[in-house]
Write a protein that binds this ligand. Structure first.
Ligand code: BV8
Ligand code: ZN
Length: 244
């Protein structure tokens, strides 16, 4: 009886179109805290406190302190072998797409290009008045940062709870899921929608869906198989099995 890992590798050998959905677990081995695991970002700190537009309008400095802390963590972090493996796979398939829920920019730093950041990125901020955008990881001393164009308040370019995803990003990710023959769900607890629903779009369209996550998730039962390993180990193993 072939293992799920063997089934994944043989499915990838047959596939031309592969898509991936990643979550915070992808960056755990880069030292970036996940949200819902032990010691997660939101443990002891309610989501509503920091990741909603209401929290931002109530106390922009507090929300900016939360994001400034993440910007500093991200600046100090580096992509791990899992990010690098996905970038390597992108070069090997005719169609390879990554949709990430992560806002840490590590997929892009690892070299992934056919990439959608569903929930934005901590490197970017925009003016709430004129929408002028800035992109860097330089430390922000004065919080909230003010727009260099009009003096308006800047906000993180992040999709908060209760906010819609960008239509373009969503459509791009949904199309990729619909077209994929193999769909990888990596490092996500599959609890946040609509992102988590992308795996169901892929499964409904006939893709073989494999979860790479040390733990089970609510969607595990509907997937084809699971690799119960950290992504920083499992993904390089997949690359080695496919391309030696
Ligand atoms: C929307 C930016 C509609 C913030 C994020 C009630 C009130 C309000 C909203 C809702 C509600 N009920 C439902 C909703 C919808 C809500 C939602 O889904 N809530 C959930 C919690 C129930 N969704 C929304 O609000 C979305 N918007 O619905 O808008 C709309 C439409 C039109 C007009 C107006 C409105 C917006 C959702 C986006 C929220 N923003 N991020 C920030 O990052 O600061 S979501 C946040 O959670 C992060 O982006 C994160 O990526 C995402 C999902 O978490 P995961 O990535 O899965 O991380 P987690 O820690 O949970 O899991 C880690 C996993 O990794 C674990 O399974 C672990 O086992 C595994 N792991 C650990 N180590 C490893 C590993 N795996 C592999 N290798 C390892 N080494
Ligand atoms: Zn402005």
């Amino acid at each position: 009886m072939p293992s799920d890992f063997d089934r994944l590798v043989s499915a990838l050998r047959r596939a031309k179109r592969v898509s991936v959905l990643t979550g915070a677990g992808m960056s755990a081995e880069s030292g970036i805290a996940t949200f819902r695991g032990a010691g997660g970002l939101w443990e002891g700190r309610r989501v509503e406190e920091v990741a909603t537009p209401e929290a931002f309008s109530a106390d922009p400095v507090k929300v900016w302190r939360f994001y400034e802390g993440r910007r500093r963590a991200v600046k100090a972090a580096a992509p791990n072998p899992g990010h690098e493996a996905l970038a390597a796979l992108e070069a090997r398939f005719p169609a390879f797409h990554v949709a990430t829920q992560n806002v840490d920019g590590l997929h892009r730093r690892a070299g992934s290009r056919n990439l959608v950041e569903l929930h934005g990125c901590v490197e970017r901020r925009y003016c709430v008045v004129c929408r002028r955008t800035e992109e860097d990881l330089e430390p922000l001393d004065d919080l909230p940062p003010l727009c260099k164009g009009c003096g308006g308040m800047m906000r993180p370019d992040i999709v908060w709870f209760g906010e819609p995803l960008s239509v373009e990003a969503w459509e791009d990710a949904r199309q990729a899921a619909r077209e994929s023959e193999v769909y990888l769900v990596v490092g996500t607890s599959s609890q946040v929608y609509p992102a988590a629903g992308l795996a169901l779009v892929a499964a409904d369209a006939g893709a073989e869906v494999f979860e790479i996550n040390p733990e089970e998730t609510p969607l595990s039962p509907v997937f084809t198989g699971a690799i119960r390993e950290p992504s920083g180990k499992a993904l390089p193993r997949v690359v080695a099995a496919l391309f030696g």
